[in-house]
Design a protein around this ligand. Structure first.
Ligand SMILES: [Zn+2]
Ligand SMILES: [Zn+2]
Ligand SMILES: [Zn+2]
Length: 477
């Protein structure tokens, strides 16, 4: 998926293991296709993937992240060619679930996600392309995908490798285009050029050029003051490179020591013109050779000439369809209005054939209330705290274990209330009164205990039978 080995190259400038909690308040576009492929690997239990989907989405929501779900639409033409080719080569087997098979699964997933109140969009083309477009147009704050193509499609912020960090939170790796540009000197166009050379979902690339070689080539181009993308796109018409390739000029002998025209033996005897020496060579002046021989030009373009020739052997190079797909696929799209709706709890219970309790719905509702996402809740599903049970710590954060009143519509939970642990700081800000009551209670209990201790001490002293006295007597008979 995506440009071969691109993640490996970008990895050194990525921010690793960013806690999802730190993304609270952000809106992320999720490339659902990646999730489906991942979830579908466990197919033994029917509809298990829907439960996994619910768990992942709701856990992200609990961390205060707002989600927009995007699924693949029709594969772009250049991809269907590549897919057909791959399927032919692989004896009719593709490594991903084929699109027609995907459709009913996507439909089911959307049903669950819509019940969670999330906007679900079938992209006109690739899901990662649409996610990138949403990000580029600032309708979201980032894209969650495992497909590096998102960056080529124009995403500015990409999150990948979503993994459970501990019992309480996920972590993701963050790739920012601004950082990639600044630290690796690679623009979106450079990445597209990379895709053409190294290969991607739409193109096989040039034989024998891997991502490291492509980077070396780009370095050479930049040292010649050429922009990699523009230069590679103009290879076919480039007369300078054509001339150099076709030049039949014989290599002129150059001195091994100073690299100037002539031979070392000759320079030793008669000196070198470029070194301005009368005998031997004077390398300290570091003057480049001025003989104007073609091979100096060729030296400057060693890698470029090598890959230029290889690339042009393929009559379809450069693949303009690929460039169009990455840079202009969504040019004509109209901005959608993203709407989040209240969670439909009853439908979720039916769809996943499970209960309010099993869905850990109380936890989700409470966290949404606390993270300012009440618009994802109906009035009759919001919960009210009745009592703080105790203080505790979760992941080194001070928390309260709180009792919440049970919903009248919930007939499956046995307990008469819900118990949900929440962060102290946020809870006391929202429910000051209950917190104050609890603090007062704790204080009162502490005073009572102290008082009891004092009175106990007092009575003991009066009777003169303290434990220490007893030992004193025992030790010194
Ligand atoms: Zn010399
Ligand atoms: Zn010289
Ligand atoms: Zn020369």
């Amino acid at each position: 998926m995506g440009v071969k080995d691109l993640w490996k190259v970008l990895s050194p400038v990525a921010k690793k293991s960013v806690p999802v909690k730190s993304l609270a308040g952000k809106t992320l576009a999720v490339d659902l296709s990646g999730w489906i492929v991942e979830f579908r690997t466990n197919q033994n239990v029917p509809h298990l993937y829907l439960k996994t989907l619910y768990q992942r989405a709701s856990r992200l929501m609990k961390q205060g992240v707002l989600l927009v779900m995007v699924a693949d639409g029709i594969a772009p033409e250049c991809k269907s060619d590549a897919m057909a080719l791959r399927s032919k080569e692989g004896g009719g087997v593709t490594n991903s679930v084929s699109r027609p098979l995907f459709k009913p699964i996507v439909k089911k997933c959307f049903e669950v996600l819509e019940c969670l109140g999330l906007p679900c969009i079938e992209a006109p083309g690739e899901a990662e392309a649409y996610c990138a477009w949403l990000d580029k147009n600032e309708l979201v704050d980032g894209v969650l995908t495992s497909d590096s193509d998102a960056l080529l499609y124009g995403a500015r912020t990409v999150y990948r490798n979503l993994e459970a960090q501990n019992k309480f939170d996920y972590a993701v790796d963050l790739y920012e285009m601004s950082v990639i540009e600044e630290r690796l000197g690679m623009t979106r166009e450079t990445l597209v050029a990379m895709a053409m050379l190294v290969g991607c979902d739409y193109d096989e690339g040039i034989r024998d050029i891997g991502i490291e070689k492509a980077q070396e080539l780009f370095r050479e181009l930049r040292s010649n003051h050429k922009d990699p993308f523009t230069r590679i796109m103009s290879w076919r018409e480039n007369q300078e490179l054509k001339k150099l390739t076709n030049s039949e000029e014989k290599k002129v002998a150059h001195c091994k020591l100073c690299q100037h025209k002539g031979t070392k033996t000759l320079h030793d005897k008669e000196g070198c013109h470029d070194c301005s020496s009368v005998k031997s060579c004077d390398q300290s002046s570091k003057v480049t050779c001025t003989c104007g021989s073609v091979h100096h030009q060729k030296e400057k373009h060693t890698l470029e000439l090598r890959y230029y020739e290889k690339a042009l052997r393929n009559s379809a190079f450069p693949n303009k369809m690929l460039v169009d797909e990455f840079l202009h696929a969504n040019d004509d799209l109209v901005k959608p209005s993203l709407n989040w709706k209240p969670i439909d709890i009853t439908s979720l219970e039916n769809l996943l054939s499970t209960s309010y309790e099993n869905l850990k719905m109380a936890e989700l509702v409470v966290q949404l209330q606390m993270s300012g996402q009440s618009f994802l809740l109906c009035k009759d599903t919001t919960l009210n705290p009745t009592k703080i049970l105790k203080e505790c710590k979760q992941n080194f954060v001070k928390c309260f274990q709180v009792q919440w009143s049970k919903l009248a519509s919930d007939r499956t939970t046995h307990d008469s209330c819900y118990t949900v642990t929440v962060e102290q700081e946020a809870f006391s800000r929202l429910y000051g009164e209950i917190t104050q009551e609890y603090r007062a209670e704790v204080e009162l209990a502490r005073k009572k205990k102290e008082h009891k201790k004092e009175t106990k001490k007092g009575t003991k002293k009066k009777n003169g039978s303290l434990m220490t006295d007893y030992f004193k007597v025992k030790k010194r008979p």
